[in-house]
Write a protein that binds this ligand. Structure first.
Ligand code: SAM
Ligand code: SF4
Length: 403
């Protein structure tokens, strides 16, 4: 059982129910994790900078059609404050995540990244959806180090149904991941496990794809139904897949994490918030003991946190950043692991900026030429009014309008 495991074996493990056999899978995943990435657990401070989104993903509570949430966009000062907190807690990375929000303009965010790189030693990870090559190049040139974009499922038919294209702009997440790599980003991707219509074979394909893509980070979490979405409300239904439907259970997520560790031994794999949501007691610890090596403590100011409701009853929705920090530290130490220092990039990666290193703005590297070329190309036509399908919210909650 190793990186050469084929799809038939992966499929068999996904269907495995025998507790003793599964204990062997957990043991091997944990042993591979220890050998390849060590006992350090890297902490990435998550800042959910905006919950505006132009997309209509059938699974996500932030979808543009959800009129029941108030929308916010954080101010630059608030983001900087959260990043300073990350430094204070000793984190090596800040992750700026949002809906696909074109109110976060290219230049505003580039300025933000430059300021973060000037004022902190943090690696900057972005997770902002399917942005244009030009935007991605501008943010990389400003100093962004990593980009997270899950392909969600490798089943193209299922993805088209639950993640519809934006107008006539068909963008392919795998193609964007390839572009990000050329631009010199460390790239992360991932999936949801247990989506309606998702089969065991499809999850086995996802894991095969993790093996093929040279991913630095791989995020795997359960699909959690949100009643305010077409998928979660039962409005969007998929025909039964004859006993092949993958359950959105904790156990299935652990299997996917463990198998991913075995096929991509040196990847950074988080024990996700979604996993912690379905097992608040010890889902994170079990994730860490079955292949994961990263946590993403939430640094979003409390007043916004409950509004970033991708799915209901999200873990850590009401805890202050100080409390989250203390809680995660304790969880890591209870299982005999320690907190990682520095940015915690993938060890075996030959990054354009150097092995495991973090760029200090204006990356000088092989990818520099590509960046320059992309930045010289004309801005592609914008989607009509990216926010026209978003219901406006009371001004008090919309922290700012960068757009
Ligand atoms: N908008 C960006 C994007 O879609 O890549 C980043 C933010 S999005 C909220 C981050 C991730 O949340 C998605 O990639 C998806 O996997 C996950 N997600 C969304 N809805 C979910 C749900 N109902 N259950 C579990 N995970 C969900
Ligand atoms: Fe928007 Fe991302 Fe949610 Fe899709 S998953 S609706 S792109 S925030």
């Amino acid at each position: 059982m190793n990186a050469t495991m084929d799809k038939t074996e992966i499929l068999a493990w996904l269907r495995e129910t025998d507790a003793a056999r599964l204990a062997e899978l957990w043991r091997r995943a944990d042993e591979t994790r220890r050998r390849q990435v060590g006992d350090a657990v890297h902490l990435r401070g998550l800042v959910e900078i905006s919950n505006f989104c132009v997309r209509q993903c059938g699974y996500c509570g932030l979808r543009a059609g959800n009129t029941r949430i108030a929308r916010y966009r954080m101010l630059a000062g608030e983001i900087l404050e959260a990043a300073r907190q990350a430094v204070k807690f000793g984190y090596g990375t800040v992750v700026l995540q949002s809906g696909e929000d074109y109110g976060l303009t290219t230049s505003w965010l580039a300025d933000m990244i430059r300021q973060l790189k000037r004022e902190t030693p943090l690696a900057v990870t972005l997770s902002l959806g399917e942005r244009s090559d030009r935007e991605l190049a501008a943010w990389r040139a400003a100093g962004a180090d990593r980009y997270l974009l899950r392909f969600e499922t490798s089943d193209r038919h299922l993805l088209d149904e639950i993640h519809p294209p934006l107008g006539n702009r068909k963008r392919d997440r795998l193609a964007i991941l390839r572009r990000l790599k050329v631009l010199g980003y460390e790239i992360g991707s991932g999936i949801m496990v247990g989506l309606p219509g998702q089969t065991y074979a499809s999850v086995a394909n996802d894991i095969e794809l993790f093996r093929k893509l040279d991913l630095d980070m791989i995020g795997i979490g359960p699909y959690i139904p949100h009643p305010g979405t077409p998928l979660g409300s039962g409005f969007q239904i998929f025909p039964p897949v004859n006993g092949e439907q993958v359950p959105n259970t904790e156990l299935m997520v652990y299997k996917a994490i463990a198998l991913t560790r075995l096929v991509r031994p040196d990847a950074n794999i988080p024990a996700t918030t979604a996993l912690a949501t379905i097992n608040k007691k010890n889902g994170r610890e079990l994730g860490l003991q079955r292949g994961a090596n990263v946590f993403m403590p939430n640094l979003t100011p409390l007043k916004y946190r409950r509004l970033y409701e991708i799915y209901p009853a999200k873990a850590c929705i009401a805890e202050t950043d100080v409390k989250c920090h203390g809680c995660l530290n304790a969880r890591v130490h209870t299982i005999g692991r320690h907190i990682g220092q520095g940015p915690g990039g993938r060890r075996n990666r030959e990054s354009p900026a150097g092995r495991g290193s973090v760029s200090r703005g204006n990356p000088q590297s092989n990818s520099g030429d590509v960046l320059a070329r992309v930045l010289q190309t004309a801005e592609p036509p914008r989607v009509a009014d990216p926010r026209s399908d978003i219901v406006r919210i009371p001004q008090t909650l919309e922290a700012s309008n960068h757009g």
